[in-house]
Design a protein around this ligand. Sequence first.
Ligand code: AMP
Ligand code: GLY
Length: 529
Amino acid sequence: MADRVLVIGGGGREHALAWKLAQSPHIKQVLVAPGNAGTANNGKISNSAISISNHAALIQFCKDNEIKLVVVGPEVPLAAGIVDDLTGAGVRCFGPTAKAAQLESSKSFSKAFLDRHGIPTARWKAFTNPKEACSFITSTDFPALVVKASGLAAGKGVIVATNKEGACKAVHEIMQDKTFGAAGETVVVEELLVGEEVSCLCFTDGVTVAPMPPAQDHKRLMDGDQGPNTGGMGAYCPAPQISKDLLLKIRDSILQKAVDGMKEEGVPYIGVLYAGLMLTNDGPKVLEFNCRFGDPECQVILPLLKSDLYEVIQATIKRELSSSMPVWSEDSAAMTVVMACEGYPGNYAKGLEITGFSEAKELGLEVFHAGTAIKDGKVVTNGGRVLTVTAIKKDLMSALEEANKGVAAIRFKGAIYRKDIGYRAIAFLSNSRGLTYKNSGVDIAAGNTLVQKIKPLAAATTRPGCNAELGGFAGLFDLKAAGYKDPILVSGTDGVGTKLKAPSFRHTKSIIMALTTLCHNFFSLQQWG
Ligand code: AMP
Ligand code: GLY
């Protein structure tokens, strides 16, 4: 008999969770509350209007509808104790309890926990008094430039200042102007860490840790990591910057240590644990823990899960993860680009028509909806982050190319999106590819010796019209000398993979362009070398 499950939330992450759960043969229906236009009547998936904040009503709904599992997407219901209440009433619910979710819902709890268990993180101090926070910022001997509202602030409660004055201003904004409301009653002032950020998530049943492939989010609004922090503007997985060895180190020194620490403190952590890490020169350090899948990381991690998500979650809840470890694809990669409304992460308009879904589908892309709704039979915008366009391909470069094509196909007025998602992976892959002459099989010294030896022989073959010297990058041959009217042949004569196949051009400009391309390719290779 097939089961019915309920996913809580309405973002791109929840659409991806519903999409993956719907692939399970054990499942006959996936309800999503409140869901979005992408989860409304989409095969096995449909939306439910049940309130997610009234836990008593939710429990009754689950019992009436024989819901076998509730999967919670966002942090707010977890922090509000949805797992405690539903589990207590006999409804199976996936995620940490409210107490365990403090790893995300209270930054001051989380930082103190990290220190108690010797898990690497930025130096810090928590304050409830703005004056004390500012005097700490000005007097401490490390760059205390990161100011965080301790409570939940939808991923926006962190200010990374460029100087001490800016950090003090941030303290006043959070504590006195109450930019993030009650979440900012306590602030955490933290050392500025430098490095590349990655998201390392795992499933855990409170004892065993099953790492997911590492992903990288792009938190800033604009290309080149400029502009304000957002919930995330795009992601890819796996992040090649994290080698297998480094992932094992992260599993042992961060994820497993955190799970063991929670168990030791009598608050077993069951669910998905997300470590936001900075890869510093002193090794990976924790920027934050989240108690759930990341959004948009979920949209690139789940497509790589070969196992049945429903089975993995059930094993996790039953504390049998060690005998049912999830299996991940080794030969595919996923890339997702978030499309947002003009004005996001500030104010934005709603109700703008979105088109291009069928074109994106024809390209083989998955469009996970986030802030979308259906109005008069049309799909319209209904939130800041509107949707994510996901490409799943054999490697990152092809995924990147495909996701960008999909973004061009989807249209709504004022759509904003980053055009450089994955740029750090591209840089990493180009650097680590080791594109040198030597390892592409070319011995330059031996080549030069050969050139010197055969130069006189080659010179003996020259004829009128020929303008080439052995050892140069290209040769020209003026066909007039052979009785033709105008054309000149240009041919690459040097460089690894920079040959031109006997092209002929009428105009000098074209000849120069051809030579420039040849020389450019040659110098690019030299730079990589
Ligand atoms: P959080 O919500 O704590 O992950 O912070 C949001 C974002 O602020 C992170 O993704 C980082 O880009 C940045 N951030 C947080 N803490 C630090 C830190 N200690 N040093 C540098 N950047 C940070
Ligand atoms: N993408 C970051 C987060 O989900 O918190």
